[in-house]
Design a protein around this ligand. Structure first.
Ligand code: G6P
Length: 352
């Protein structure tokens, strides 16, 4: 078993460290034009994304990219909610179902129902030949390889890679954008080489009972994903929130016992999120932040800062998610929990 883990203590840690390669493998599939979607996204009146769990968070990130590059409105709906809604789906919709396993019942059945109503069904799956793969009009594959840890890590970044490639597929700058995307994998490597620093910071939060994760724009879904990872494997209650919404509720919870994890790359929302950090500090909250190297503003405010290399706005999720994965992993391992097989969770949920 330890050989299968390649010297890592858990599959999850091995899979976190595989991400530069699995992300690159996924991108290369698109650069080589292994896939040519028979339709173009902007032929449709909207793209309706449906998924569960971590795959849903990948869909939330993709919404920003597709709206920016393909200029089509995107709606992202949990598969378990879409199925029992009256969402008016027809042949003018492209439904994008995202599922690592391709076997998640909620995702499959929502996608199939949409297809029956006339939508064009595209899926993003990691398992070739899975049910959803077979049921879709077209499939985009992530090349992450088998994922053993129940908490999804490398399949999330592979989904992001596939979705980014899909979003830019009709752009005149497609080639340059994909080349830039590929270069991000060496920056992922840099973050992983500093895992020990993240471990030290994480351990100082291992006795927290609750945590709040905040982000805006592309970092908002990463806040949701970071909180999900922490809940799943460390059993610490965590909530992800769009930072701008904090004042409408979660701010009431902030005190010195509630660490706030802020994802703050220098993007179009950076100044806004710095004021959100101030609001937390004013309530005696402790902030742990992910920010760009050399960000002195953030360093002056936050108790702990996890630095990531500079990257253009669009691509920050590929970098910001890694520290959140490592943070959750190191806490769960420190607490002696079964990281790869957390209680009550299954890798693939084939029942409704
Ligand atoms: C389960 C897994 C999650 C996963 C979700 C969706 O809950 O524990 O890690 O994100 O299912 O799985 P899928 O295979 O559809 O991406």
């Amino acid at each position: 078993i330890s050989a299968e883990k390649g010297g890592f203590k858990h599959f999850m840690l091995k899979e976190i460290f595989e991400q530069p390669r699995t992300t690159a493998d996924t991108i290369k599939g698109f650069i080589s034009r292994e896939y040519t979607l028979p339709v173009s996204l902007n032929e449709f009146r909207r793209v309706l994304i449906t998924a569960c769990g971590t795959s849903y968070h990948a869909g939330l990130v993709a919404k920003y990219w597709i709206e920016k590059y393909a200029k089509v409105p995107v709606e992202v709906v949990y598969a378990s909610e879409l199925r029992y809604s009256d969402n008016p789906i027809n042949e003018k919709d492209l439904v994008l179902a995202i599922s690592q396993s391709g076997e998640t019942a909620d995702t499959r059945f929502s996608a199939l129902a949409a297809k029956e109503k006339g939508a064009f069904l595209v899926s993003v799956v990691n398992v070739v030949g899975s049910a959803l793969d077979r049921e879709s009009d077209y499939t985009l594959y992530t090349h992450a390889g088998p994922e053993i840890g129940v908490a999804a890590t490398k399949t999330f970044t592979a989904q992001l890679a596939a979705l980014y490639c899909l979003a830019v597929s009709q752009s005149p700058e497609r080639e340059q954008l994909m080349a830039k995307l590929l270069s991000v994998t060496s920056l992922m490597e840099e973050i992983l080489s500093r895992a020990e620093d993240i471990r030290k910071i994480a351990l100082s939060y291992s006795s927290a009972k609750n945590m709040l994760y905040l982000g805006r724009y592309l970092s908002y879904p990463i806040a949701l994903e970071g909180a999900l990872k922490l809940k799943e494997i460390s059993y610490i209650h965590a909530e992800g929130y769009p930072a701008g919404e904090m004042k409408h509720g979660p701010i009431a919870l902030i005190d010195e016992k509630m660490p706030v994890f802020v994802i703050a790359p220098r993007d179009r929302t950076y100044e806004k999120i710095l004021s959100n950090v101030e609001e937390v500090l004013a309530r005696k909250g402790n902030v742990i932040a992910i920010g760009f190297e050399g960000d002195e503003h953030l360093r002056q405010k936050a108790k702990d800062v996890i630095s990531i290399p500079h990257v253009e706005e669009d691509l920050s999720p590929f970098l910001t998610v890694i520290p959140t994965q490592l943070f959750a992993y190191y806490i769960a391992d420190f607490l002696g929990l079964d990281v790869d097989q957390p209680r009550n969770l299954a890798k693939t949920v084939t029942v409704e």
